[in-house]
Write a protein that binds this ligand. Sequence first.
Ligand code: NAP
Length: 236
Amino acid sequence: MKGKIVVITGANRGLGLAMSEKIASMGATVIMGCRDEKKGNEAAAKLAARGLDVRFGQLDVSSTKSIDYFAQELSKYYKTIDVLINNAAISNEPGGTTIETIDLEYYKSIMDTNVLGTLWMCKRMIPFLRLSPDGRIINFSSGLGQLTVPRMGPCPSYSISKTAVNAVTKILADELKDTNISVMSVDPGWVKTDLGGPNAMLEIAEGMDTPVWLATTEKKNITSGIFYKERGALGW
Ligand code: NAP
């Protein structure tokens, strides 16, 4: 990964922080996009103190203006990026919510963060990725976004947002099929983070295995337009 530039959103904790550390330890320069300046600086400083090449970039993915500013700032330092990992997301819908009881403001906030945030990051980062010989976009989805399983889970707004993220992946993979950019969705599994909770089945190291692999493995091992879990294809 030496010489590669990787942008990771939501990088100050959870899977985003762990992936930043892992991918930087493989030699890449990692731009850690975090919405909170203090938390972002602290997270990046901890990794930098271990000799890793990481930079903090202020980024609130729920705001297209913030994404535009992030892209503008990035362009002052880099022409090319090689990997975009759209990891930032929220999921705190009260258990038992149904479409009948859904809260409008909550629904809008989750769609802004999880879906529009992913789409707008793709839009703004594609010009940088086009200049890479092996550009990759990895969109964090979830098993709760799958349409081909009987039950999509207890959080309708979150499930709908992750199904929509998968739609972004499919459409973009098709739009970019004649370019050097691959676009994939990934389900990390149920992981012990603030979002996944303490009862989750997987440790962070296990949950980040597939997204880190998608970001770092040789190009011949990955296929654009696929929803990945455990390094293999998952049904949409
Ligand atoms: P997490 O521990 O809750 O971390 C979420 C990260 O996203 C935090 O760094 C948070 O920053 C950031 N974030 C939230 N809203 C943001 C915004 N508007 N702008 C920028 N950053 C923002 O979650 P996680 O478990 O690591 O989840 C990572 C990804 O995996 C998510 O896409 C999630 O949906 C997906 N996923 C997780 C699981 C699981 O079991 N954990 C399962 C399936 C899919 P702040 O600190 O500022 O809030």
